[in-house]
Design a protein around this ligand. Structure first.
Ligand SMILES: NC(=O)c1ccc[n+]([C@@H]2O[C@H](COP(=O)([O-])OP(=O)(O)OC[C@H]3O[C@@H](n4cnc5c(N)ncnc54)[C@H](OP(=O)(O)O)[C@@H]3O)[C@@H](O)[C@H]2O)c1
Length: 424
């Protein structure tokens, strides 16, 4: 994202058409809801499976997809079938190498879709499904989101990268396909609940809460020397490794600012981030008369997941209930921009729009993978992302092919920067 003179970023002060249907009145869905779970073997995917196992009269799983973990997916199918929550579901693996093992498995071989992107798109648009949970990690989730949108599905979207990398493309596909996006990210689910029965015109501002991650109280020097196991020790949520690293850098909150802009159409300058250790208040909507509506609950991803699966209804769920008197108080503080530069990088990329958020996301995914692979230190993540954004040109993105080209170029540039750092 080369310097662009003094031109005001196009999206900084402007509202856009919300992708999420603000104030739409949810209808009780036809039961059972037939569900496809993408990223079924991951943290979000397994929690979606748990919900179906608990409520087979309401949720039937008709399709599951993963990258390559064949045995783990087979175990999930076995659990679902034993609970009466699935019957010979379709399965797909994005990694072509997984497919021969899956074909030999008596459970998975029954309805195995083609490997790679073709199978992933096919299962995302599976005939007869009502709802697609997208729990894939990273930009790889974009194409299946587009396929589900084109097929007119309700998409329970955990894969925030879809909206960061392809917000405009998803918007077009949703409109054309008559689809619906319901956010699963706890903050955006909270906002959707705060906005229930309201109109976009009533809304003034959004406040996203952030736990602050494991380094909230650490000094910069200690953060720079943080070990991988310290990065991966999240204080409140138990999640997959990529989002856990993103929570430590606050890039996760940066990606969520972009996600909130796309979903709710609110200008970037009206999306605030506040650190709230404990993760009890999941986010807040500020209305034009100064009224503030917040959504609270114990941190448990099954709550926003079930809310999305239920077509934005509160179905019964056995979870920890909040005990406010025991909690005593709720704390809030401003994020520290010096120690957490990723937040400002994401905001800048979101405001610039076009290629910038794609470059940001690709550089982040590459840097996080390098950290997980012990090739990059924690403090270098932000430096690699900033340098990649500086090195590559911005500009508009018109198609999925252009988005994927930009993504690939940014990953190559970030890899080069990481290799240079490793030689120092
Ligand atoms: N975890 C949470 O509590 C949470 C909360 C809010 C939002 N989210 C969002 O939800 C998404 C998933 O996060 P997670 O923590 O559940 O991730 P995760 O535990 O790492 O699971 C990722 C899943 O995606 C699959 N996958 C990986 N690469 C893929 C590819 N190229 N194509 C198709 N499938 C692929 C994996 O399959 P294999 O197992 O075969 O590798 C796995 O099933 C992320 O966008 C994250 O930001 C997660």
């Amino acid at each position: 994202m080369r310097a662009d003179g003094n031109r005001q970023p196009p999206d900084a002060g402007s509202r856009t058409e919300p992708l999420y249907r603000i104030g739409g009145s949810p209808r009780e869905p036809r039961l059972p809801v037939r569900v496809v779970i993408l990223g079924a073997t991951g943290s979000i995917g397994v929690q979606a499976v748990d919900l179906a196992v608990q409520q087979p009269d309401r949720l039937q799983v008709v399709g599951l997809a993963a990258w390559s973990r064949v045995d783990e997916l087979a175990a999930l199918v076995r659990r679902l079938e034993a609970a009466g929550a699935a019957s010979a579901p379709a399965v797909a693996f994005a990694d072509p190498r997984a497919v021969s093992a899956a074909a030999r498995d008596p459970l998975l071989g029954r309805r195995l879709l083609p490997p790679g992107p073709e199978g992933l798109d096919a299962i995302a648009a599976l005939e007869g499904a009502d709802c697609v949970v997208n729990g894939i990690v990273g930009a790889a989730g974009l194409a299946p989101t587009l396929a589900a949108a084109a097929a007119g599905r309700r998409i329970a979207l955990a894969n925030k990268e879809s909206l960061v990398v392809g917000g405009g493309l998803v918007r077009e596909a949703v409109l054309r396909g008559g689809a619906e996006i319901v956010p699963v990210d706890s903050e955006h689910s909270a906002l959707a609940q705060c906005l229930s029965g309201r109109t976009a015109e009533e809304l003034e501002r959004l406040v996203l809460t952030a736990s602050g991650g494991p380094f909230r109280t650490w000094k910069a020097a200690a953060m720079a020397a943080a070990r991988k196991d310290e990065v991966l020790r999240h204080p409140t949520w138990n999640m997959g490794p990529k989002i856990t690293v993103d929570s430590a850098t606050l890039m996760n909150k940066g990606l969520e600012v972009i996600e909130a802009h796309v979903l709710f159409g609110v200008a970037y300058r009206d999306i605030e981030v506040v650190v709230h250790p404990g993760s009890i208040v999941h986010s807040l909507a500020v209305f034009r008369d100064g009224a503030v509506v917040a959504q609270l609950g114990a941190p448990d991803m099954r709550v926003p997941l079930l809310y999305a699966l239920a077509g934005e209804r509160h179905w019964p769920l056995a979870t920890e209930r909040l005990d406010l008197a025991r909690l005593g108080e709720l704390r809030f503080e401003a994020p520290d921009p010096e120690r957490f530069p990723c937040l400002a990088l994401a905001r800048r990329a979101g405001e610039a729009g076009g290629r910038a958020p794609i470059i940001l996301n690709a550089a982040n995914e590459t840097a996080v993978a390098a950290l997980l692979d012990d090739r990059l230190g924690f403090a270098d993540i932000a430096a690699v992302i900033a340098a990649t954004l500086d090195d590559l040109p911005g500009g508009p993105v018109g198609s999925l092919a252009e988005a994927l080209e930009t993504d690939a170029a940014a990953r190559r540039a970030a890899q080069r920067l990481i290799a240079v750092r490793a030689r120092r």
